[in-house]
Design a protein around this ligand. Structure first.
Ligand SMILES: NC(=O)c1ccc[n+]([C@@H]2O[C@H](COP(=O)([O-])OP(=O)(O)OC[C@H]3O[C@@H](n4cnc5c(N)ncnc54)[C@H](OP(=O)(O)O)[C@@H]3O)[C@@H](O)[C@H]2O)c1
Length: 239
């Protein structure tokens, strides 16, 4: 089944090439798209517009691949059970081939189709259940928020943070993990910091930053003004 690809940016072009189809760029309607998954390859800020532009009868087919905390938006539109993926391949520029970092997971009604699409380009992907997905989503969110903030705070790569600033990684992660576990009423598997550090060492030269604030660090702030997180974010914005 050929998927419909929404968005002709880095990921959209890469997935469209794998699927041997043309992506739908901004301004091109997908309201008459053929049956099958509608893979949304836009940024988080454009998600609400994409949902609204999708006929209500097709919204259950939307597949979300965005980083960050999109669950409140999906809940607002009744789409929490839609197919969602945590993507661990990277496309650095339009037209570039995806580079697999390993660990991509997907859950939901179109999960098998998404997995088999990635498989056509030898990109790994595991189908998981929604509980496992939620825990892994929170871990990825923690990685983005903890390492993003600390990379900026120390003007350092993620690898340098692991070597030189591990106590700060521990302190910030423990604080934010607690916020997430309380807000979402879940418990992550023991060993989160170790897993986040192991992942960082795989892409040691990557330099994160505080990005997409409302979808990342801002979500934690909206739950609780926890002390370290609030203070270190404030120090960055005061610079
Ligand atoms: N790149 C990666 O390696 C990577 C890895 C993991 C996850 N992701 C996630 O994947 C998502 C897409 O990332 P990306 O790197 O591909 O972003 P990108 O290069 O900025 O591409 C996003 C594309 O979506 C288009 N778009 C926005 N609203 C649209 C609409 N209503 N209809 C059709 N197209 C629309 C944008 O068009 P305009 O240019 O007109 O705005 C742009 O071409 C992000 O949420 C990102 O977090 C990316």
């Amino acid at each position: 089944m050929t998927p419909t690809i929404i968005g002709a940016g880095r990921v959209g072009l890469a997935l469209a090439k794998i699927a041997k189809t043309a992506p739908h760029a901004r301004g091109q309607s997908w309201s008459k798209a053929q049956p099958g998954p509608l893979i949304v390859c836009t940024r988080n800020d454009d998600l609400a517009g994409v949902i609204q532009a999708t006929p209500p009868t097709r919204r259950a087919d939307l597949v979300f691949i965005q980083n960050g905390m999109i669950a409140p938006l999906l809940k607002e539109h009744g789409l929490l059970q839609n197919t969602q993926a945590l993507v661990y391949f990277a496309v650095s520029a339009k037209g570039r081939e995806p580079v697999d970092g390993g660990g991509t997971v997907v859950f939901g009604p179109w999960a098998q189709e998404f997995q088999s699409l990635l498989g056509q380009a030898s990109l790994g992907c595991t189908v998981v259940d929604s509980q496992s997905f939620q825990r892994q989503m929170v871990e990825k969110l923690l990685w983005n928020c903890v390492f993003g903030l600390l990379c900026q705070r120390h003007s350092a790569s993620v690898g340098t943070l692991v070597q030189a600033h591990r106590p700060e990684i521990h302190a910030l992660n423990d604080e934010l993990q607690g916020v997430a576990e309380r807000a979402l009423d879940l418990q992550l598997q023991p060993g989160v910091v170790q897993r986040l550090c192991d992942y960082s060492l795989k892409i040691a030269d990557y330099k994160g930053a505080v990005k997409e604030l409302p979808w990342r660090n801002g979500w934690f702030l909206a739950q609780e003004h926890s002390p370290l997180h609030s203070q270190w974010l404030q120090e960055l914005t005061a610079q």
